[in-house]
Design a protein around this ligand. Structure first.
Ligand code: SF4
Length: 338
């Protein structure tokens, strides 16, 4: 539809924030990347959690075992590999072992994983997709449909204590940080959890927090009740006390998060129009670092994406970041890499 802008929270909005140039080629112009190093582990983590939740039998309380999960992930790894997803780690076995060991340390199910699986609202899988139609001016589009996928809606049966809390330092700019402050849930609290395949120290925590707050608002519009809190679960974080971050919810902060999200969707639309006029006009690098000099807009986290990016060979940002042409990463005839 000519008047409708379709925006997926993860695939468009967050990917655009990581790098508008990669987003424009891959998502907007549909240049399929020949490999996606970063996506592999996140997909395995999500699949593992989903599969474990399906395998849980609430009547007997039985769970799948670590060996069964390992077997399942081996199958799923082959599916992802065939779709062009790759891993930054040494081998299939190392990658799968990392995921299984994080979920089943010492072959026993991690207590947080157990809590998430047992508390999942099994009857409400139809609520996994949240959606919102926004009517405003998106430069030639008068409506936007925003979609997101909820990893887990949890209704706790017993109190949980989260050792980390997101605290706002400047509410107007939606700036805050993870603090070492514990928060306890109450039985019956409704929570939205999001599984992340990265470490807890990721530079994208703020984006993830606003994403979850927006999902909370969309979920609330759908069911008529805001969740009590949202929780980021960094599944691959080795320090257990840093794995969970609680985000308390109130209607004001949810409204601010939704406004931020709409503003970001407008930036996506602007990139879209610029790219359609001149693909070379869209620069690579983190959107928040756009005012930095060329070569300084790639941080350690984005670099993991750049090293496998299909657009890296002529990306002025990445070439400058690597110190100029000649680096093996951007050598077209480096067959050992490509
Ligand atoms: S190489 Fe990096 S900076 Fe350049 S387009 Fe790809 S992801 Fe973006």
């Amino acid at each position: 539809m000519k008047y409708l802008l379709e925006v997926s929270y993860t695939g468009d909005l967050l990917a655009h924030r990581r790098c508008p140039r990669a987003w424009a080629y891959e998502k907007h112009a549909q240049f399929q990347p020949y490999e996606q190093a970063q996506a592999m582990e996140g997909r395995l983590v999500h699949h593992a959690m989903e599969w474990l939740t399906q395998k849980f039998d609430p009547s007997s309380g039985s769970h799948a075992t670590a060996a069964q999960l390992r077997d399942q992930l081996l199958h799923y790894f082959r599916v992802l590999w065939a779709r062009g997803l790759r891993t930054a780690f040494q081998s299939k076995q190392v990658t799968i072992d990392r995921v299984v060991d994080n979920l089943f340390p010492g072959e026993l199910m991690h207590p947080t994983v157990k809590t998430a699986i047992e508390g999942a609202k099994h009857t409400e899988y139809e609520l996994r997709t949240v959606r919102k139609l926004v009517r405003t001016d998106f430069a030639g589009k008068t409506r936007m449909v925003l979609t997101g996928v909820l990893d887990l809606v949890l209704q706790s049966t017993y109190p949980l204590v989260y050792p980390r809390l997101w605290a706002w330092s400047a509410l107007d700019e939606l700036v805050g940080e993870v603090t070492v402050e514990s928060v306890a849930s109450h039985p019956g609290d409704l929570e939205i959890w999001d599984y992340k395949g990265t470490r807890a120290a990721t530079s994208h925590v703020r984006d993830y927090v606003i994403q979850l707050l927006t999902y909370a608002g969309l979920y609330g519009e759908r069911v008529g009740e805001l969740p009590a809190r949202c929780v980021l679960f960094f599944v691959n974080e080795p320090k257990r006390e840093e794995q969970l971050v609680a985000i308390e919810i109130d209607p004001d902060i949810v409204q601010r998060a939704e406004a931020w999200t709409i503003a970001e969707a407008k930036r996506v639309r602007q990139t879209m129009l610029r790219f359609e006029q001149d693909p070379c006009a869209v620069d690579g690098g983190d959107l928040d670092a756009a005012s930095m000099p060329v070569g300084a807009r790639v941080d350690a986290e984005l670099k993991k994406q750049c090293t496998a990016c299909g657009q890296r060979f002529d990306c002025q940002e990445y070439i400058a970041h690597l110190g100029g042409p000649g680096h093996p990463d951007i050598d077209l005839i480096n067959v050992t890499k490509n």
